[in-house]
Every structure is written in structure tokens, then in C-alpha cells.
Design a protein around this ligand. Structure first.
Ligand SMILES: Cc1cc2nc3c(=O)[nH]c(=O)nc-3n(C[C@H](O)[C@H](O)[C@H](O)COP(=O)(O)O)c2cc1C
Length: 223
């Protein structure tokens, strides 16, 4: 571990975290530089309020250009992202959220619905060309939905990191009526929503109290 000097941070990191210098410790074992460690992990927080600064389509494209490299089983890539931009669509989405989540989604600069594409196997000729007729392996609807949900959830973790990499904060939320969202936004039944993510620069009082994390020895066992 290396103790870092107090060095000025980028404006982005300061505005995201309130930090004005790095005073913590960084592991020499990591290849990622100390600033990126703060931006992506240590100082990154779940935002509950946002500034008015818009989030552009170009920013989302840049984020997705990172996120697309997430690994998935058999390269299935079932994550689908719906950006909710119009006031009418935003209002529809808010109506399906838990009460405690409504205000922040109504006010966030950008909101994304993350969904799992249960028809991901339609793309496998292109995405998994070395396996002949890979689609046939996913004929069972129930098993295919499990694969879709598991791998899309993995990709969602990358999506949250991608947002942080753009100097933005994410507010992921599972508190919503997924069946209601699916009926309203995905009427053909193919996409299954599993997470709503508020995205933007953090606003006033954006953070809840930081909750404790389990440490390495609580989590990691070696056989
Ligand atoms: C899958 C998931 C579902 C969540 N659902 C909600 C939610 O419905 N409402 C909410 O206010 N926060 C929700 N959160 C936010 C978490 O409470 C928050 O990310 C966690 O406490 C860590 O906060 P921190 O990043 O500031 O340390 C959710 C987070 C995740 C990853």
C-alpha cells in the first residue's frame, strides 16, 4: 500500500466526490492509477439528487463503447438500455416506481431502463459465429430468460462503472413495478426490465450516509 500525497484532483473528481486531494491509500498491486481508482470505486457514490446539467447522447455512446466489452456467457450480450428522455415517457416510468424513488427519477437529467432481452439468441449467428446454430441451444424459454437476466445483470454492473468513467454519477434503483414497466414499455414481452438508473452530475445533498462494506477476510476464502 502507498500513502498518497495530497495532490489536486481533477475538477470532475472534486465535483463528484467533494474531495480536494487524495489522502487515502492505493494498492501498489493495482495497475489502475490512483485517480481512476477514486473515480470508479473508492469515492464513487450512488447519487440521490442531480444538477440540471444535461447528459448527452454522445456521452451515452462513449459510455456504451466501454460497457460493450463486458464478458457474457457465449457472448450473448442480452442487456438492452432504454433512455427515457421525453416528459411523457418519464411520467409513465415514474408512475411505476416505489414512492421513495419517484422524485429523484422525475428530476434526473437522464434516466435509463435496463432490461434483459429474452430474444438474445436471435443474434447468435452474428455474435457467436464459430458455433453452428447456437440459437437452437436456447430453445427453452425459461432457461433462456435465466441466461438473459443473469448476463444482463452482469452487464449492468459495467454500465454503472461506465457512467462513473464519464465523470457522472449513477443512481441504480430496483424499487419499481417491473411487471408494470414491462407491460407499459415492452408490450411484446421480449424485454424484461430489472433496473432503473438515474444519471447525471450530483446535486445538493446527493449522498446518503456511506454504509459499511464487508472486508476481504469476510468475503474471500482460500481453499
Ligand atoms: C440493484 C440495486 C437496487 C437499488 N435500489 C434502490 C432503490 O430502489 N432506491 C434507492 O433509493 N436506492 C437503491 N439502490 C441504491 C443503493 O442503496 C446504494 O447503491 C448503496 O446503498 C450504495 O451506496 P453508495 O454507492 O453511496 O455507497 C439500489 C442499488 C442497486 C445496486
Amino acid at each position: 500500500m502507498t500513502t498518497l500525497d495530497t495532490r489536486p484532483l481533477t475538477d470532475t473528481l472534486t465535483s463528484l466526490t467533494g474531495l480536494t486531494g487524495l489522502t487515502g491509500t492505493a494498492h501498489d498491486e493495482l495497475a489502475l492509477d490512483a485517480y481512476a481508482q477514486e473515480l470508479l470505486f473508492r469515492s464513487a457514490r450512488t447519487a440521490n439528487t442531480f444538477s440540471d446539467e444535461p447528459v448527452s447522447d454522445e456521452q451515452v455512446r462513449a459510455i456504451y463503447d466501454l460497457v460493450k466489452w463486458a464478458p457474457t456467457a457465449m457472448n450473448t450480450q442480452p442487456l438492452r438500455v432504454v433512455l427515457v428522455r421525453t416528459p411523457a415517457a418519464r411520467e409513465r416510468l415514474v408512475s411505476h416506481l416505489a414512492d421513495g424513488n419517484k422524485a429523484k427519477t422525475a428530476a434526473a437529467p437522464l434516466v435509463a431502463i435496463l432490461a434483459a432481452d429474452t430474444g438474445f439468441h436471435e443474434h447468435l449467428d452474428e455474435l457467436l459465429p464459430y458455433v453452428e446454430n447456437a440459437k437452437a441451444r436456447f430453445a427453452d424459454d425459461e432457461a433462456r430468460e435465466k441466461v438473459a437476466r443473469f448476463n444482463a445483470t452482469l452487464q449492468a454492473g459495467y454500465f454503472l462503472l461506465g457512467i462513473r468513467a464519464a465523470g457522472l454519477a449513477a443512481g441504480p434503483m430496483g424499487g419499481f413495478d417491473a411487471a408494470g414497466v414491462d407491460a407499459d414499455f415492452f408490450a411484446d414481452g421480449r424485454l424484461k426490465s430489472f433496473l432503473v438508473v438515474n444519471i447525471g452530475r450530483p446535486g445538493e445533498d446527493a449522498w446518503m450516509n456511506r454504509l459499511p462494506r464487508l472486508e476481504h477476510d469476510d468475503v474471500v476464502t482460500v481453499l
